[in-house]
Design a protein around this ligand. Structure first.
Ligand code: NAP
Ligand code: ZN
Ligand code: ZN
Length: 357
């Protein structure tokens, strides 16, 4: 039985091909099934993954594509089976909106590693309809993939926590990067990296930013609280810092030689890949085996962990440093993100965009 209501429409901004250029786009809004929550989008962060996907960096993009997976909004409708949320609640949605609920990853609160996970956009629902993200005024999402935004967080600055925040929080918890005094390198000071500095400091780590230029040093130290700053293009500085770190979180979004950075790790040091370079990364074996070092990777975090990270952020007053924009600036924002010209995350003010449209 279909709904008697006429189909409703969502208004977003979509790319239609690998140029990644976004333009206004209307698409049918999904029905609010018993397990669904309808969310009026207030803010949506712009992650570098959005840029990768919009530009078809991995050769698997589907168009028209409404990107956006750092979503904060208010609940406008709930399905009959929804008990965790009510109309008016302030909620968030991140990178995934579905998983099988049955595999070891799903039953072990690690659904982000489910092989049948459903991406927030650039994916399809079981009925074959495309998933569409938060570069839109409204979303309908399975309640299992919705989190509560705790009181005390500014909603715009909280939006990037849904991806950038959880992407650093999860490996920090998993790899034991919560032991005060341990030395952590943050490679690439962008959206994900600057959250890495903030969470690492909150866990009491000693933080070294490893950046391509000096331009972010003052802010990294004085505003973000980094303890040290290494310029990766300065071979002398890099050599002097050899074996000084216990961990490196690598957030670089482009191909880069790992051999430049692995020697910074001490014995048993862990190099954790977070960036999704669209080409193979290379290193020579001695840079791993001579220090019994480890290269690992991590992908966002579970829903449970995302909720925990949000509570932790509210308690420790951790927010993202953002530049708020409206949809009419989105193509410019994408160009600037590509040029590494944002401190440190663009966030779209969706409501304001729609009022001024
Ligand atoms: P971003 O804001 O663009 O930041 C990336 C930073 O990396 C830049 O600010 C820059 O920092 C450095 N960088 C950029 N190009 C570089 C190059 N060619 N060589 C060396 N350094 C370079 O991007 P983001 O949103 O933080 O995302 C970073 C990566 O993480 C992307 O690949 C994204 O897809 C991925 N990601 C992964 C997950 C996950 O779950 N694993 C989640 C979110 C994002 P400096 O100016 O300091 O050099
Ligand atoms: Zn992201
Ligand atoms: Zn599963």
């Amino acid at each position: 039985m279909g709904s008697l209501e006429s189909p409703r429409t969502a208004h977003g901004w979509a790319a239609h091909d690998g140029s990644g250029i976004l333009s206004p786009y209307e698409f049918p809004l999904r029905e609010v099934d018993p397990d669904n929550v309808e969310i009026k989008v207030l803010y949506c962060g712009i992650c570098h993954t959005d840029l990768h996907q919009l530009k078809n960096d991995y050769g698997m993009s589907r168009y028209p594509m409404v990107a956006g997976h750092e979503v904060v909004g208010t609940v406008t409708k709930v399905g009959a089976g929804v008990e965790r949320f009510k109309v008016g609640d302030c909620v968030g949605v991140g990178c995934i909106v579905g998983s099988c609920q049955d595999c070891n990853a799903c039953t072990g609160d690690m659904e982000q590693y489910c092989s049948k996970k459903r991406w927030t956009y650039n994916d399809v629902f079981p009925d074959g309809e495309p998933t569409q993200g938060g570069f839109a005024d409204i979303m309908v999402v399975d309640q299992r993939f919705v989190v509560t935004i705790p009181e005390g967080l500014a909603l715009d600055a909280a939006a990037p926590l849904l991806c950038a925040g959880i992407t650093v929080y999860s490996p920090m918890k998993h790899f034991g990067m919560t032991e005060p005094g341990k030395k952590c390198g943050i490679l690439g000071l962008g959206g994900v990296g600057h959250m890495g500095v903030k969470f690492a400091k909150a866990f009491g780590l000693h933080v070294t930013v490893i950046s391509t230029s000096r331009s972010k040093e003052k802010e990294a130290r004085e505003v973000l609280g980094a303890d040290d700053f290494l310029v990766s293009t300065d071979p002398e500085q890099m050599a002097a810092a050899a074996q000084s770190l216990d961990y490196i979180l690598d957030t670089i979004p482009a191909p880069h030689p790992l051999d430049m950075y692995l020697p910074l790790l001490g014995m048993n040091g862990k190099f954790i890949l977070l960036g999704v370079a669209p080409a193979p990364l290379q290193f020579v074996a001695p840079n791993i085996l001579l220090g019994r070092r480890m290269i690992a990777g991590s992908f966002i975090g579970s829903m449970k962990e995302t909720q925990e990270m949000l509570e932790f952020s509210a308690e420790k007053k951790i927010e993202c440093m953002i530049e708020t924009v409206t949809f009419d600036y989105i193509n410019e924002a994408m160009k600037r993100l590509e040029k590494n010209d944002v401190r440190y995350r663009f966030v779209i003010d969706v409501e304001k965009s729609n009022k001024s449209a």
